[in-house]
Design a protein around this ligand. Structure first.
Ligand SMILES: OC[C@H]1O[C@H](O[C@H]2O[C@H](CO)[C@@H](O)[C@H](O)[C@H]2O)[C@H](O)[C@@H](O)[C@@H]1O
Length: 603
């Protein structure tokens, strides 16, 4: 190690003191901001009699509509008017009276945002030159154009009168997922930001990251999405991954170093608020910290809670549902634990808080690694070592608790029955993506994981890898396929680096691009989720209809057009044929090919 001169040491000490002081100041401001946030808006948009009365009247086909509407008067005045309204109707207003109350006191939803054409949008980003097939190239042009449809900017009034809106004010414009999701979402933004970077829209990408950093500074953590009613839950913590993506693209090390306080704060927030003990190791679970049903799906939650008799049991059920929403996989048999300790059942056996998830712990490992890497860039050797140590501890816990030798893969862990959950879910492969395993075990892990894939027949689905193999009607179950999880698995296999894993990764990557293209060619739309059983088919199920737009889907495709565009041809089947390992599945593949022909394309 280099020996430092006195002035360098003094500089480092000063930098450290400034960082510690900034941390203290943060904590103070954050607590104040969080208190303000929960007091001011909560009685209208988060819980309480007004929310209950309006949402239980089911005035709108989508429960999210009401909580996205603007107030016409201040929250205090609105509450006064509501109390007078309830008194005048003997506390039993009819639906027509409630509708009138809403019409009189709330404006249309989504009026806080205006469509925004990103100022850094370019007509011909370089990734298009990497795409050979003319139809795929034109699709790339179309996708690049869609950024302009998904750009949103907050109107000035939001900054002047934030308490009139449920939107969380942020300084910079954003790219939204689309459809009913008219505000930013936390984990969606990771894939959106990567797509923007490939589209050369660095300012927009940086602006979105800075928004998230400002939210951590104001609220203490990043909520699920850009609305105050998401205040009790986050989503998979990918801010560090976003900053790393930006820095890898731009080589702007200063940006990485300046982000360190916020990244450390977010990491510590997750560790402090989500920790559990499993087999004597510290790991994290998804865990919401608010009371009551989800405001944006209020009557839905009240209905599924009807099977519980006590207020305490109902409250616990709401927490399990909101914790599932924090995972991003709302809802799924992944979170079911029934009396027998299996995943069979329905939403009422959702036990998210008692399941140690492979993905969250892998992402936290990655956060610690990224923070260590950025400290190394800053020359903060002690801090770098501190975060390397934290990362190693998480990795050891993942290996001890979540790796399952018999299954040959990582599995979520059931804290109630103290046993691994041997059910396929895409997130079981998340450690591959962030390399949360001992690199010296690569060959062994590769053989085990490829065997696990074969055992679960994951290569037999023409439309992509389903999120689970159990069909419940919930949107994060079979047969739905989601772009972010395809990305995690396919990039994970690529990272693993063995020839078989790389070959499968490429073939699945090509297939995803072609299947998304088939859906686009047939419907001119990009979807939130797709159908594993149908090449080019979109997904469904859950509590709302399939959405179009769609931020993370477009981000993944743009990145993979850049990655595979030189070698994918829509008229050529040979680009990434199956490995010998998968030839045993030839019979099933033949069925898939017939399906593909029916969809006019061969994957
Ligand atoms: O309103 C129902 C739920 O909607 C959101 O979840 C889904 O969309 C998000 C945006 O694309 C996505 O991040 C999430 O993974 C999807 O399941 C929302 O995030 C949930 O909290 C909400 O209950």
């Amino acid at each position: 190690m280099l020996s430092l001169g006195r002035s360098a040491q003094a500089k480092m000490l000063l930098a450290k003191t400034l960082r510690q002081w900034a941390h203290l100041r943060y904590n103070f401001c954050l607590a104040r901001a969080a208190r303000r946030l929960s007091n001011k808006y909560s009685q209208i948009y988060c819980y309480g009699p007004l929310l209950h009365t309006v949402q239980m009247a089911k005035l709108f086909p989508d429960s999210k509509t009401f909580v996205d509407m603007k107030l016409k008067a201040s929250p205090e005045k609105t509450m006064e008017l509501f109390e007078a309204f309830m008194a005048s109707t003997n506390n039993t207003p009819t639906n027509d009276q409630i509708r009138k109350f809403v019409d009189d006191n709330f404006g249309a939803k989504g009026t806080e945002l205006e469509v925004w054409t990103p100022t850094d949008w370019v007509e011909h980003p370089a990734f298009l030159d990497l795409v050979n097939d003319p139809d795929l190239k034109q699709w790339g042009v179309d996708l690049n154009n869609i950024w302009k449809e998904l750009g949103r900017k907050m109107k000035d009034d939001v900054h002047k009168n934030p308490e009139y809106y449920s939107i969380i004010p942020v300084p910079n414009p954003v790219i939204i997922p689309g459809g009913r999701f008219i505000e930013f979402y936390y984990w969606d933004s990771y894939w959106i930001i990567r797509g923007l970077l490939y589209s050369e829209m660095r300012d927009t990408a940086r602006g979105m990251i800075e928004n998230f950093m400002s939210i951590v500074q104001r609220i203490g953590f990043i909520p699920n999405g850009g609305r105050v009613y998401y205040w009790g839950r986050s989503q998979p913590p990918l801010l560090a991954g976003m900053v790393k993506s930006y820095v890898d693209f731009t080589k702007d090390d200063r940006f990485a170093i300046n982000a360190l306080d916020v990244l450390e704060h977010e990491f510590e927030y997750f560790i402090n608020n989500h920790s559990v003990q499993a087999k004597g190791y510290n790991l994290a679970v998804y865990r919401d910290s608010s009371k009551g049903p989800r405001p944006e799906s209020y009557s839905e939650d009240i209905e599924t809670a009807a099977t519980f008799n006590t207020d305490e049991d109902k409250e616990n059920h709401y927490s399990e549902l909101k914790s599932a929403a924090e995972s991003g996989m709302d809802f799924s048999s992944r979170w079911y634990i029934n009396e027998e300790g299996t995943n069979v059942g329905n939403l009422s056996v959702t036990k998210t808080r008692s399941i140690v998830p492979v993905d969250l712990n892998s992402i936290l490992y990655w956060n610690a690694k990224i923070i260590a890497e950025f400290h190394a860039k800053a020359g903060n050797v002690d801090k770098m070592t501190e975060y390397e140590t934290k990362a190693q501890k998480i990795k050891e816990a993942i290996q001890a608790v979540l790796w399952n030798e018999e299954a040959g893969c990582w599995l979520d862990y059931d804290l109630i029955n103290e046993k691994p959950r041997d059910y396929f879910v895409t997130s079981n492969l998340a450690p591959l993506w962030v390399k949360a395993y001992n690199i010296s075990d690569t060959d062994k892990i590769s053989a085990s994981v490829l065997n696990y894939i074969e055992k679960n027949k994951l290569d037999t689905f023409p439309g992509g890898i389903p999120n689970t193999l159990y069909q419940t009607g919930e949107q994060w179950d079979f047969p739905n396929v989601w772009a972010p999880l395809q990305y995690i698995i396919i990039e994970g296999l690529d990272n693993l680096g063995t020839p078989d894993a790389k070959q499968l990764s490429k073939r699945w990557g090509h297939r995803w691009v072609k299947s998304n293209f088939a859906a686009y060619r047939d419907s001119r739309a990009m979807f939130e989720k797709y159908d594993a059983e149908k090449f080019g088919g979109h997904g469904g199920g859950g509590e709302y209809g399939v959405q179009k737009g769609f931020g993370w889907t477009n981000g993944v495709i743009i990145e993979w057009l850049a990655k595979y565009g030189h070698e994918i041809s829509l008229s050529n089947t040979g680009a990434a044929g199956p490995s010998s390992r998968f030839l045993s599945l030839l019979g099933v593949t033949a069925v898939a090919l017939i399906g593909a022909f029916a969809g006019h394309l061969i994957w």
